[in-house]
Design a protein around this ligand. Structure first.
Ligand code: BGC
Length: 896
C-alpha cells in the first residue's frame, strides 16, 4: 500500500535540516559519509568490515590455499573445507521457484510478479521460494532477475521485472526480504546491462553513467540498501568495455557507494582473468575455479599483484553471509519442511491471479456470463499443456502445472461444456508436414547435408549425408526431469548427464543443408526456421533470413510469395548454438492453411472461445532472443477463430509485448497472462469467469509496432567503429519515458490494465511532511529515501462488483538542467474495494522521487523549482495533477 514498505531513518536530522529549512540556498541531503571501510588497494572497491568473532576465527584458521579454494565454486555450490567444518553451500536457480532439485512449486515468472504491482505478494512469493529452498538444502537462490526491459525481443524478459526501475525495486525488495527471512540468500542478477540474449557473452552494453544510475542500477541498489541481499550475480555481457566480473567501476558502485558486504559471484563461466577479477572485487567464480584458482593466484600473491587481504575479504564475505543466514548452525535440508507445499501453492495461485492483465474487453464480454455461455471452446497451442515458465535456467520443473483447458474445465464442472482443439500444429509437426525433397524432381524425402571445415563453405565438403527431415536435434534447454530431480549426482556425473540432455558436443564442422520444396500452388507462404545458432537461409539463391551476425530469435519467420512448383532452400549453419546443442527445424506453410478446420467448427458451435497463444519455454528462453510477432500461424489462428465466433477471447503467454495489430480486431477480449506458473490455468479460469477481478497492470509499454519502441533502434549492435557494442543511445528514455518524449502512443501504455469494475478518484493532495526525518522503527533511512512529501487521495469503487485498483503516482520536473522524462513512476498502491467503497490512500515522496543523477558531481540532484505530481491509472491516463515547488536544490551523494 505504501511507496516504500519499510522506512529506515539514518540521517534524519541532517535531512530534516537540509530539505525543510528555508535558510540554505543549495541544501544538501545527506551530506555526510558512512563509516569508511578499508580498501583493497588503489582503485579497488572497499573491503567488507570485520565479521563476527566466529567468522574471524575461521578466517584465521584457514590457510591461504584453503581461502583460494573457497572462492571458486563447484557446480552449483561453494567448496567445503571439511577440516574446519565449513560445509558446501548449495545453490539453485530461480527466480520463479527452486529449479533443482525439482519438482518444485513454479510461481508466476518475474514479469508477471511485476504485473501484480504487489510488493507484499512478492514478499510472500520470496518467502515461499525460500521455504522451498530450505526443504531442498539450497543456501543461495539464484534470483531475483532484475534487468530492465528495453524491448520485447530479450529472451529473458520473462525472468525480469519490467521497464521501470521504481516498480522493479519495490518488487525486488519484497521478494528478497521474504526469501532471506527463511535463511536463504537471494542472488540478484545479472549485474548489469544484460538486457538482450543474442551474443550475450560478447556484446558490450554501452551505457552512460546517468542512464546506468537512473534506469539500470536502482533495482540492484534497492536490493543492497533496502533488502540487504546476500549476493549479487554478474552479467555475461561487457559493460562499457569491461567484463562485469572485472569491471571496477560497477563493483565500486555496489561495494563503495551502496556498502554491499555480501558476495559478488560470477555468472556461469563469465570470468576471464583471475587476477583482474580478484582485484576488481569478484568474490566467487562460478561454476568452478577456472581463473580464480591457486595456479593463477598464488604467483600473483607472491609477486604482489594481488594482496592476501583481497582474498581474505572474499572468503569473509562468503562466511559472513553464511553466518548471517544461520548456515553454520543448521543442517542444509530442513526436514520439518515438505517439498510439496500447500502454502506455496496458495502464493503461486495468487501470483497467477493478480498478474493477469486485461488489455481489451469489448462489449464487456468478460467476465463470461455463465447464464448465457454453456459451451466454451478452448483452442490453441498454449491451452494444453500448461505453459508455466519460459526456458533456460529460469525454467522450473513444476508440480502438476494447471493448463487453461484444465483450469476452465475444473471450474465449470458439469455446468458448461468445454471443448478443445489445438487448432494449430506444433512447429515440429509443421516441419514434418513440409514435404522437403533432396532434388528438384523429387528424389528422396529430406535434405542433403554437406559438412565443411569452416563457414565459408568453399571447396569440397568433408562429408555429405542425407537427412530424412530438414531438421535435427532436440528443442529446448533445461526441462529434463532427470536433470532437475538429480539432486545428489557428483559434479562429473552431472556433466555426463547434461552432456546427454543438452545434445552432443558442438559439431566440429559447419553444415550446409540443401533441399527442395514444391509449392502446390502460387501464393503467400510462411517460411520458418527454429535454430539457436548462427545461420543464413536462402530461397532460390536469395537470402531470406540472415542470422549470421545476430542470431535474432530462436524461431524466425518470413513471408514469401512463391510460384507453384519447386523452390530451392539452402541453409548454411555458420556458428554453433551458445549452449552447445545442435538444433534445427525448417518448415514452409501456405498461408491460409495453418488452421485445423475442426477447430473452426468447434469455435463456430461454441458460445465463446478462448484462444491460448504465445511463446513457451522452447522459443522464449535464455541464451536466445525472440521475435515480436507471435510464432508461425498463431495470428492466422486468432483471425480465423475470431471470424468463426465473435465472442473470441485471446490469452497470451509471453515475457513482454507481442504484435497484436494483425489480429486485434478479431478478438473481443485480450488477456496478457505472461508465464503464470503452475497455477496459471486455475487462476485464469477465475478471471475469465469473474470469480476474481482482473487486477494486473502492465509493467511494460506494449508496442503497437516494434519500430516505435524507444530502444529498438539501439537494441542490436549500433556502433560501426566497435562492432560488438550496443550503445544505449536512448539513454534514460526507455519504455514510457521514451514514448512520452516521442509523443507516440503505444497500443497499451505502461501501468494499463482493465478491471471488471470502475473507479473514481477525489481529493488529491500533496503536502510537505511536517517533520521530515521522523524515525520509523528506529532504523536508519538512506538519505535519498527520507519522506519529504505526503501524497494522498481517495479512490472509490463506482461499479457493481468488488475490484482492485492500482493507483500510480508519477513525478515530472517542469524544467531541469538536463533532459528529463515527462513523468516517472514514484509510488503506487493496490487498493481492494467493494462496490461503493471509498478508501483514502497515503503515499510518500522522498528526495529520490525528484532527482536525476548529476554525473559531474556524482550525486543525485533535483533542481529547485516546479514539479508536477500526477495521479494516474496508467502512464497515459492521468486523473489528477498537483504542482509543488522545491524551494531548494536537493543533493544526495551517490554513497548516501
Ligand atoms: C544464467 C544464470 C544462471 C546460471 C546457473 C547462467 O547461464 O545466466 O542466470 O543462474 O546459468 O544456471
Amino acid at each position: 500500500m505504501t511507496a516504500r514498505p519499510s522506512i529506515r531513518v539514518r540521517v534524519a536530522l541532517r535531512v530534516g535540516a537540509a530539505v525543510v529549512a528555508t535558510c540554505a540556498a543549495c541544501a544538501s541531503v545527506g551530506a555526510g559519509t558512512s563509516a569508511p571501510t578499508p580498501s583493497g588497494g588503489a582503485g579497488a572497491p572497499p573491503l567488507a568490515p570485520k565479521g563476527s568473532d566466529r567468522v574471524e576465527k575461521l578466517l584465521s584458521s584457514m590457510t591461504l590455499a584453503e581461502k583460494i579454494t573457497m572462492i571458486g565454486g563447484t557446480g552449483f555450490g561453494t567448496q567445503p573445507i571439511p577440516r574446519l567444518g565449513i560445509p558446501a553451500f548449495k545453490m539453485s536457480d530461480g527466480p520463479s521457484g527452486v529449479r533443482s532439485p525439482g519438482p518444485s512449486t513454479a510461481f508466476a515468472a518475474g514479469v508477471a510478479l511485476a504485473a501484480t504491482w504487489d510488493p507484499a505478494l512478492a514478499q510472500e512469493v520470496g518467502t515461499q521460494i525460500g521455504r522451498d529452498a530450505r526443504a531442498r538444502g539450497t543456501r543461495f537462490m539464484l534470483g531475483p532477475g532484475a534487468n530492465i526491459y528495453r524491448a520485447p525481443m530479450n529472451g529473458r524478459n520473462f525472468e525480469y521485472l519490467g521497464e521501470d526501475p521504481f516498480l522493479a525495486s519495490r518488487i525486488v525488495v519484497g521478494y528478497i526480504t521474504g526469501m532471506q527471512s527463511q535463511g536463504v540468500s537471494a542472488t540478484i542478477k545479472h549485474y548489469v546491462g544484460n538486457d538482450s540474449e543474442f551474443a550475450r557473452h560478447t556484446s558490450d552494453s554501452t551505457i552512460d553513467e546517468r542512464t546506468l544510475r537512473e534506469i539500470y542500477l536502482p533495482s540492484f541498489e534497492a536490493a543492497v540498501r533496502e533488502a540487504h541481499t546476500g549476493s549479487i550475480m554478474s552479467s555475461y555481457n561487457l559493460l562499457n568495455g569491461d567484463h562485469a566480473t572485472q569491471n571496477a567501476h560497477i563493483i565500486q558502485i555496489m561495494k563503495g557507494d551502496w556498502g554491499f558486504h555480501g558476495v559478488y559471484m560470477s555468472d556461469w563461466s563469465a570470468t576471464y582473468d583471475g587476477v583482474a577479477a580478484a582485484n576488481a572485487g569478484l568474490d566467487l567464480e562460478m561454476p568452478d575455479a577456472r581463473f580464480m584458482n591457486r595456479a593463477t593466484l598464488e604467483p600473483a600473491l607472491s609477486s604482489g599483484k594481488v594482496s592476501e587481504a583481497v582474498i581474505t575479504d572474499k572468503v569473509r564475505r562468503i562466511l559472513t553471509t553464511a553466518d548471517r543466514m544461520g548456515w553454520l548452525d543448521s543442517e542444509a535440508i530442513d526436514p520439518s519442511l515438505s517439498r510439496y507445499s500447500e502454502t506455496g501453492k496458495v502464493a503461486a495461485r495468487k501470483g497467477a491471479l493478480e498478474s493477469a492483465v486485461l488489455l481489451k474487453n469489448a462489449g464487456n464480454l468478460l467476465p463470461l456470463d455463465l447464464k448465457k455461455v454453456h459451451n466454451i471452446a478452448v483452442i490453441g497451442p498454449n491451452a494444453y499443456p500448461g505453459v508455466t515458465t519460459g526456458g533456460g535456467s529460469g525454467h522450473v520443473f513444476a508440480f502438476a502445472p494447471s493448463s487453461l483447458l484444465q483450469g476452465l474445465g475444473d471450474k465449470l464442472g458439469t455446468n458448461a461444456t468445454v471443448t478443445y482443439a489445438r487448432g494449430l500444429q506444433s512447429l515440429r509437426i509443421q516441419s514434418v508436414l513440409t514435404a522437403f525433397t533432396t532434388t528438384k524432381e523429387g528424389g528422396k524425402w529430406g535434405a542433403q547435408v554437406e559438412s565443411f571445415p569452416d563457414n565459408t563453405f568453399s571447396g569440397t565438403p568433408l562429408s555429405t549425408r542425407t537427412e530424412i527431415q530438414f531438421a535435427t536435434g532436440v528443442a529446448g534447454f533445461g526441462g529434463d526431469p532427470d536433470l532437475l530431480t538429480a539432486d545428489s549426482l557428483p559434479p562429473d556425473r552431472m556433466q555426463v548427464l547434461r552432456g546427454t540432455v543438452q545434445g552432443a558436443p558442438p559439431p566440429r564442422t559447419f553444415d550446409r543443408w540443401t533441399s527442395w520444396y514444391t509449392a502446390p500452388s502460387a501464393g503467400e507462404y510462411t517460411i520458418f526456421v527454429q535454430d539457436t545458432g548462427a545461420y543464413r537461409l536462402k530461397v532460390d539463391d536469395e537470402v531470406v533470413i540472415d542470422s549470421v551476425r545476430i542470431p535474432a530469435a530462436v524461431v524466425r519467420q518470413t513471408a514469401r510469395t512463391l510460384t507453384a512448383g519447386a523452390h530451392k532452400l539452402v541453409l548454411e549453419q555458420t556458428g554453433f548454438p551458445e549452449l552447445g546443442r545442435t538444433f534445427l527445424r525448417v518448415g514452409v506453410v501456405k498461408q491460409g492453411t495453418f488452421v485445423d478446420p475442426e477447430a473452426k467448427k468447434l469455435a463456430a458451435r461454441a458460445d465463446a472461445v478462448v484462444v491460448a497463444v504465445g511463446f513457451d519455454s522452447d522459443i522464449e528462453t535464455e541464451g536466445n532472443d525472440r521475435e515480436f510477432s507471435l510464432p508461425p500461424g498463431q495470428a492466422e489462428l486468432i483471425r480465423e477463430i475470431g471470424a468463426a465466433n465473435p465472442n473470441t477471447i485471446v490469452v497470451i503467454n509471453s515475457g513482454g509485448a507481442v504484435d497484436v495489430t494483425p489480429w486485434m480486431d478479431c478478438a473481443k477480449s485480450v488477456i496478457a497472462a505472461w508465464y503464470p506458473g503452475q497455477e496459471g490455468g486455475a487462476a485464469l479460469a477465475d478471471v475469465l469467469t469473474g470469480d476474481a477481478d482482473a487486477t494486473g497492470r502492465l509493467p511494460i509499454s506494449w508496442d503497437r509496432t516494434l519500430a516505435e519502441n524507444p530502444s529498438f533502434p539501439n537494441y542490436y549492435y549500433n556502433d560501426s567503429a566497435h562492432p560488438d557494442r550496443v550503445v544505449y543511445r536512448e539513454g534514460v528514455f526507455v519504455g514510457y519515458r521514451g514514448y512520452q518524449r516521442s509523443k507516440v502512443k503505444p497500443i497499451f501504455p505502461f501501468g494499463f490494465g482493465l478491471s471488471y469494475t470502475t473507479f473514481q478518484y477525489a481529493n488529491f493532495k500533496v503536502e510537505p511532511v511536517s517533520a521530515p526525518g521522523a524515525t520509523a522503527g528506529g532504523t536508519p533511512v538512506p538519505a535519498g529515501h527520507v519522506p519529504l512529501y505526503t501524497v494522498s487521495f481517495e479512490v472509490t469503487n463506482t461499479g457493481h462488483r468488488s475490484g482492485t485498483e492500482v493507483a500510480e503516482i508519477y513525478v515530472g520536473a517542469r524544467s531541469a538542467r538536463v533532459p528529463r522524462p515527462v513523468r516517472e513512476l514514484k509510488g503506487f498502491a493496490r487498493v481492494d474495494l467493494t462496490p461503493g467503497q471509498t478508501k483514502r490512500v497515503t503515499l510518500t515522496l522522498d528526495a529520490r522521487s525528484f532527482t536525476y543523477f548529476d554525473v559531474g558531481a556524482s550525486q543525485w540532484r533535483a533542481d529547485a523549482g516546479e514539479y508536477r505530481v500526477e495521479l494516474g491509472r496508467s502512464s497515459e491516463d492521468i486523473q489528477a495533477v498537483q504542482s509543488l515547488k522545491l524551494p531548494h536544490t536537493l543533493k544526495v551523494p551517490a554513497a548516501e
